[in-house]
Design a protein around this ligand. Structure first.
Ligand code: GLA
Length: 349
């Protein structure tokens, strides 16, 4: 079709911050993330037999023909590998030319890659449910990055609800919005150490959880006594984190629904300790930042958010707390984030 007749699409997908429930999604447990008011926009003039995208923040361009195989997607380099993953899984009927822009910090644990994947799928014509969009995004991202991630990030980006966190059951894939009370402020602070899950021990942690489940059954159904019965010291600690974290997520969702922010905050602090001591995915920078934020008046609790190994800390605080923090005293930027709607196509025609 002549370029002038091509359909113009603008797709947007938010990033997410996880309030509590890390390293529980890939064993079918519970998580409590919220989509945030930062995300990725893909603008595409649809048509033609290839996808050509430039990025507002990255120098390299992405260009690939329709019909890209899974193997070709898996060997694509740079940010374009997420778009390549989408193309190989979605197999869109038309390509397009356009731009990608994002106001999410990259590699900070706020799901910049999932928001790109989900926005690219919408721009390339995906038209199903939020859950199907998340499933497609998860497959595409695993293909593009080689990291066997769970479904939390894509499902939160696809199904976000304004003003609400999402209690996600990662076995049944149900999403229950939990209102964030007006007395709560959510802060996200970067610890100064960037992270990437590619080449990180993420896959090793996932394999350890699978090994533990092989001995005591699905970790979602396991009791603390089951976890403690594991003979291997490392597997025991990994399983103990997952079992106790699942309990904390359910308790936090209930406490948040009841606007008991002090209770949510102490569950967040306990979650950080478990991720640090039992799951061993924290870093000295993350630990120091959690302690620093927890010492600020008005902060109910703080923890690393996402996979760990660097990136961001999330804090639950009373409104106005950000103004009491001197940004110069922090190792990286700090953002006030708001629970936001999920991915959408913003304009076509
Ligand atoms: C990454 C993955 C998610 C989840 C978190 C840890 O963000 O993409 O699926 O496993 O780590 O909770």
């Amino acid at each position: 079709m002549p370029a002038a007749d091509r359909e113009q699409v603008r797709a947007y997908a938010p990033g997410r911050v996880n309030l509590i429930g890390d390293h529980t999604d890939y064993t079918g447990g519970w998580v409590l993330p919220m989509a945030i008011d930062r995300g990725t926009t893909v603008e595409l003039r649809r048509g033609g037999s290839s996808v050509e995208l430039t990025s507002a923040s990255e120098p390299e361009e992405f260009r690939a023909p329709l019909g890209l195989s899974r193997e070709e997607a898996a060997s694509t380099a740079g940010w374009g590998r997420y778009v390549a993953g989408v193309m190989a899984v979605l197999r869109p009927s038309a390509g397009g030319t356009g731009t990608v822009s994002s106001d999410l910090p990259i590699g900070a644990g706020l799901s910049s890659s999932s928001s790109l994947t989900v926005a690219a799928a919408l721009a390339l014509g995906f038209g199903g449910s939020a859950l199907d969009l998340a499933r497609l995004g998860q497959q595409a991202e695993t293909l593009g990055s080689g990291v066997p991630g769970g479904i939390m990030d894509q499902l939160c980006s696809a199904a976000g609800v304004a003003g609400h966190a999402l209690l996600i059951d990662c076995t049944n894939l149900t999403v229950d919005p939990v209102p964030l009370p007006p007395e709560a402020e959510v802060l996200v602070a970067h610890c100064g150490r960037p992270r990437t899950l590619v080449g990180s021990p993420y896959a090793e942690r996932r394999a350890a959880c699978e090994a533990a489940a092989g001995q005591i059954g699905p970790l979602r159904d396991a009791s603390l006594a089951d976890a403690e019965s594991l003979a291997d010291r490392v597997l025991r600690r990994r399983a103990r984190h997952v079992v106790t974290e699942n309990t904390r997520v359910l308790a936090a969702a209930e406490a948040l629904g009841a606007a008991d922010l002090a209770a949510v905050g102490s569950l967040m602090s306990a979650s950080h300790a478990s991720l640090r001591d039992d799951f061993e995915v924290s870093t000295p920078e993350l630990d120091a930042l959690v302690m620093q934020l927890e010492a600020v008046r008005g902060v109910f609790g703080a923890r690393l958010t996402g996979a760990g190994f660097g990136g961001c800390v999330v804090a639950l605080a009373e409104p106005g707390t950000l103004a009491r923090i001197d940004p110069a005293s922090l190792p990286g930027p700090i953002w006030l984030v708001h629970p936001s709607p999920g991915a959408r196509v913003e304009g076509a025609g």
